[in-house]
Ligand binder design. Structure first.
Ligand code: ATP
Length: 426
């Protein structure tokens, strides 16, 4: 065997935890047995390229995998590779089985209005929420369903770019290299990196998404249910937004990862709602914590992938057009005046979900703008977005603007939404 190749044989119920260094590629191949990565089964003999990823290869029945690196040793591209037999996978499988029973019951009930499980995964940052969502989505796909993935985490954006909330049907196993399917996502642009910027707008987009998801009439789609990923912001306003998301999306299974306090808080709060089950699950010891700079870098990487593709194989298009040909709006009329600055008895008039036109200025430089499907400005809040452009230059003298778009041609809509999300691509 090539000395650069490392073989790892895993016993039943064990996992190999791998952290690939940022910007490095580790090659992985299943050579014997069965294995999965966050619920996606690996094909025997197929080579996967893991780009800067942190993940676990888990096996229910035992397997051998080979790791290698192009023109380098495995240790040159991997920060760590180690085996563990201490995983919460059995409890995750049990959760899947109980979701499965609810799906079947919903399908049998047909069009009676009974929906399948609406599962929301909550917990602090870095407890494995996204990974658990992925496992549950993949297990549902493996049993023949097409569940809907919903991502309410504006900080990372597992379905589309950060600053957005999104939903997408998952019809096949989630690709280990490419991530979530992005063919037909339903996307709303919130436009900021934290919900504290405009919580009313965050609530409004979550409600809007929920009402669109409710309109889907297909019995199988409704029976397959939702798997909802959330932000790790769970204190104060974060907790209020969690309760709001549970109620707006009518979640009936709340999976709490890693924090007993949050579990008890939610159990107490939701006690009166008999239909909601709150379940505490252990977080995997393999979950990797990310520092704020690493998170920021991951956000930029997500945007880069949106324009250039995960493998860097897409070519975005740069276009320069007249400023007057664009219609840019912002949702939320800027910061509200503090009550102390207002006459006694008056309240701030800034409406957090008011749509206001944005005049062209250098402030737009590096802004991510969403291209809306709206036909009029007053639909900007209620209609989903088609995609995103990144402003790379504003020429006030020539009155032109240059933007980067993922595809050539004219924009799919006339109205664009600006927020405060800025992106600096190297
Ligand atoms: P956030 O706070 O961003 O919402 P999260 O709670 O969703 O984070 P994940 O994104 O699921 O957490 O996990 C954090 C990191 O740990 C990810 O890079 C993920 O791929 C990695 N990870 C999760 N489980 C394992 C595991 N068992 N072995 C190795 N890496 C893992």
């Amino acid at each position: 065997m090539d000395s650069k190749v490392q073989a790892h044989t895993l016993a039943q119920g064990h996992e190999l935890r791998i952290e690939v260094k940022p910007d490095k590629v580790l090659l992985l191949k299943l050579v014997q047995g069965e294995a999965e990565i966050f619920g996606t089964e690996l094909a025997l003999g197929e080579q996967l390229s893991l780009r800067g990823q942190k993940l676990a290869v888990f096996t229910w029945n035992g397997c051998t995998v080979e790791l290698a690196a192009e023109d380098a040793q495995v240790d040159d591209v991997a920060e760590s590779v180690y085996e563990s037999d201490d995983t919460p996978m059995l409890s995750y499988l049990n959760v899947h089985e109980s979701l499965e029973q609810r799906r079947r019951a919903a399908r049998e009930a047909g069009t009676s209005g009974r929906t399948g499980p609406r599962t929301i995964v909550v917990g602090p940052t870095d407890v494995g929420k996204s990974s658990l969502c992925r496992i549950l989505l993949n297990y549902a796909v493996r049993t023949g369903w097409a569940p809907t993935a919903v991502d309410l985490d504006i900080g990372q954006g597992s379905i589309t770019v950060p600053g957005s909330i999104a939903a997408t049907p998952v019809e096949g196993p989630i690709d280990v290299e490419e991530g979530m399917p992005i063919d037909l996502p339903l996307v709303f642009y919130y436009g900021h990196q934290t919900p504290t910027e405009n919580p009313e707008l965050y609530r409004a987009v979550v409600e809007r998404m929920s009402s669109i998801l409710d309109k889907r009439e297909n019995v199988d789609v409704q029976a397959a249910g939702l798997i909802i990923n959330t932000m790790g912001f769970i204190e104060g306003l974060g907790y209020e937004l969690l309760l709001h998301a549970i109620s707006a999306l009518r979640a009936d299974v709340v999976l709490v990862l890693g924090q007993e306090r949050l579990f008890n808080q939610l159990k107490t709060h939701l006690r009166a709602q008999q239909r909601v089950s709150v379940v505490r699950l252990h977080s995997s010891g393999g979950v990797v914590s990310r520092t704020p700079p690493v998170r920021k870098q991951a956000r930029m990487q997500r945007v880069k992938e949106y324009f250039y593709g995960v493998r860097g194989d897409l070519s975005p298009h740069s276009q320069t057009i007249r400023l007057d040909d664009l219609r840019i709006y912002r949702i939320g009329g800027g910061p509200r005046a503090p009550t102390s600055a207002l006459p006694i008895g008056a309240s701030s008039v800034a409406d957090p979900i008011r749509v206001t036109p944005v005049s062209a200025s250098l402030d737009l430089m590096h802004s991510m703008l969403a291209v809306s499907h709206a036909a009029t400005p007053d639909q900007l809040l209620s209609v989903n977005v088609a995609g995103f452009v990144l402003i790379t230059d504003v020429d006030i003298v020539q009155r032109t603007i240059t933007y980067l778009a993922p595809c050539p041609g004219s924009l799919p809509g006339r109205y664009l939404i600006a927020g405060s999300f800025k992106v600096f691509l190297e």
